[in-house]
Design a protein around this ligand. Sequence first.
Ligand SMILES: Nc1ncnc2c1ncn2[C@@H]1O[C@H](COP(=O)(O)OP(=O)(O)OP(=O)(O)O)[C@@H](O)[C@H]1O
Ligand SMILES: [Mg+2]
Length: 258
Amino acid sequence: MPDPTENVLELTNLTKRFGGLVAVDNVSLHIKRGEVFALIGPNGAGKTTLFNNVTGLFQPTAGRVVFDGKDITGFKPHQVARLGIARTFQNIRLFDYMTCLDNVRVGRHVRMHAKIWDSLFKLPRERREEERVTDEAMELLRFVGIAKQANQYARNLPYGQQRRLEIARALATDPKLLLLDEPAAGFTPQEKVELMQLVKKVVGRGITVFLIEHDMKVVMGISERIVVLDHGEKIAEGPPEEVRKDVKVIEAYLGKSA
Ligand SMILES: Nc1ncnc2c1ncn2[C@@H]1O[C@H](COP(=O)(O)OP(=O)(O)OP(=O)(O)O)[C@@H](O)[C@H]1O
Ligand SMILES: [Mg+2]
């Protein structure tokens, strides 16, 4: 009997159409608890659209999204976040005029229990919870390596540190599954190595990582399994050493005429 809790995410025949364009075409895949799973494919293949269907930004046209054994198809982004899926964006989305610490504290509020009347009357429960949120946010800034920047505005950080901050904010929601959309884009080789170390540390916290990435060294270096999309369709799936040799994959990247 397969263990129903082994898969943290299961997509079944997921399809997303935009008018006549099929951006995600009947894709099925499953991600095992504790693995780093990569989604690759040429520009416009449908990778970000697939993420958007998982996180509730888009409603799938057809198919199912099951997270932790629960059908979450059509759930709203805040519901998905509460259940334990966090993400970063291809184009960094931070609160520019908030400090790094506050950016992470905002992420943490998904998990807070204090009610609005607690904060109106500054009840002890709310104060204690705020202190805990601050401590946890600081711990996450340390975890991603930007604790020194805690009180700087997010917009004043160098690009690589903004990416780290986005990861810290995503982790603040206490996810079981973390979706990273091209986290190494624009990174130097050294930053890419550091990112791979950070992803491994995230997995060490018991979090499963679902990664979109163009840099093959990064993908091959940290992923246990890879799915390849081309024009919305899944064209290959397997461990890195198999996928890199797959003729369909090579064609998709080099163009059919190559
Ligand atoms: N909101 C939208 N409305 C209409 N078309 C969209 C929308 N979002 C994406 N698309 C289209 O869906 C297709 C897949 O786009 P998507 O952004 O998912 O690709 P991607 O694999 O993430 O590409 P990249 O590697 O460039 O980030 C593209 O043709 C894109 O133009
Ligand atoms: Mg994309």
